[in-house]
Ligand binder design. Structure first.
Ligand SMILES: [Cu+2]
Length: 139
């Protein structure tokens, strides 16, 4: 009897997880970025691209990368690394290399509110140094 109830409970729990998984994914905040061939990050509808997220928020980062003038041996055409603005220190888990085309990353926003900066880590052209974007984390 106990076993039967236990088995039943497990089955219900498992079913709940399977049913809720897509909903949890749907809670992710979608950010779409173009890492363009002119060595600039672009966001549709924004003259100066900027990303604003909430601390600890679940994010789905969808990046379309276009090859610029030069790229890495491994085929990466741009990078997307997040640094703390105050000391330029890297945020763990946010050191991404981009291949040509669209790619998605499931990430968690930094837990500390403040100003961050996105930088390209691939020498993609003589304009590479200017390939940066403001990234704000709100409490
Ligand atoms: Cu680049």
């Amino acid at each position: 009897m106990i076993h039967k109830i236990f088995r039943q409970t497990c089955r219900i729990t498992l079913a709940t997880c399977v049913l809720l998984a897509p909903l949890v994914r749907a809670q992710e905040h979608l950010i779409e970025v173009l890492a363009d061939k002119d060595s600039r990050y672009k966001i549709a509808g924004e003259r100066t691209p900027e990303i604003t997220v909430k601390a600890g928020q679940q994010l789905l980062l969808r990046i379309n990368a276009r090859k610029a003038k030069t790229w890495n041996r491994d085929g990466s055409v741009h990078g997307f690394s997040l640094l703390r603005a105050k000391d330029r220190s890297k945020v763990p888990g946010w050191d991404l290399l981009l291949k040509p085309g669209t790619q998605e990353f499931h990430l968690t926003a930094p837990s500390e509110a403040g100003e961050y900066v996105v930088v390209c880590t691939v020498i993609c052209s003589e304009e590479h140094e200017g390939m940066t974007m403001k990234f704000i984390v709100t409490p």
